[in-house]
Design a protein around this ligand. Sequence first.
Ligand code: KG4
Length: 340
Amino acid sequence: MPDRILGIESSCDDTSAAVIEDGFLLSNVIASQQVHKDYGGVVPELASRAHEQNIVPVVSQALAKAGIQATDLTAIAFTRGPGLLGSLLVGTSFAKALGLALDIPIVMVNHLQGHILANFIKERGEENRQPTFPYICLLVSGGNSQIVQVNNPLDFVILGQTIDDAVGEAFDKCSKMMGLGYPGGPVIDKLAKEGDPKRFKFAKPHIPGLDYSFSGIKTSLLYFLRDELAKDADFIEKNKEDLCASFQKTLIDILLDKLVKAVKQTGITEVTIGGGVAANSELRDRIEEEGRRRGWNTYLPARKFTTDNAAMIAIAGWFHYLHGERTPLDVVPVSRIADY
Ligand code: KG4
């Protein structure tokens, strides 16, 4: 009998369920919540309510698309954290209840491990290049920016991380400042393609070691816009492509600078990226370019597996399951997890 793992992800504003069978993805259903668009960011209470509405239909669809019944499942992997507590509670409670009803084990997953292991999601008939261990992952999402050394699917060492904002937050907040909408990353990515990345200069932080900081660049853009808007009220509208291209280039320079250092420091040349910002076109191009130039082996997960999804939770959960890990039913979700 094959191992069939149901993955459940509800850490932020995407309700997702996926099924993998012996490591191969059978389905991955994502309900992205639209309710936050008018607020310029995720509203936690609205997110929890939307997860409650979505979870049953999303899981039902994931099972139907996989062509299986709930009784065919071997185990349920779910995101325990980090994330919004109310959102996590919906997925965790659902996993517990279904596990109990089906009398099958549940396996908790750290959301960030899911992002880091996204390269291991295999689809039948699709090419899938996987890094060999140990590898370095640049984890860049709305809540985190880290450089992680992955020794095996269960052993992660944080080499560096942001001391303030995440890079995705910088994309989102700066998009909001320019009135470009939420989430900011995809909008800035698109507009940047039409702009000149060398037109405007933003100060880069000087942080020791492999840590990051993204709060200064946000403030630098804020003051720059304030001064330019005082001279010309249409400054943003007239220059939005160049602003996005220059701002995005600065963020990616900062990310790559430390990534290059991490590779030099560890001597590990297997390099991957993960998290929502890993969908960024320029970041993907520049990592590949850097890899070609420096002799790294680079692995970019498919874009659909960079933003929040349950396929990555199912695959990470499967590794834990194979290792014999089972989570007791009195488990509670946690909004913060300091380490792996
Ligand atoms: O991984 P994710 O879906 O959620 C978290 O776990 O945080 O990441 C969401 C973040 C948002 O900040 C969003 O603006 C960013 O990923 N993002 C992008 C792109 N697509 C999503 N950032 C830059 N370029 C993109 N194409």
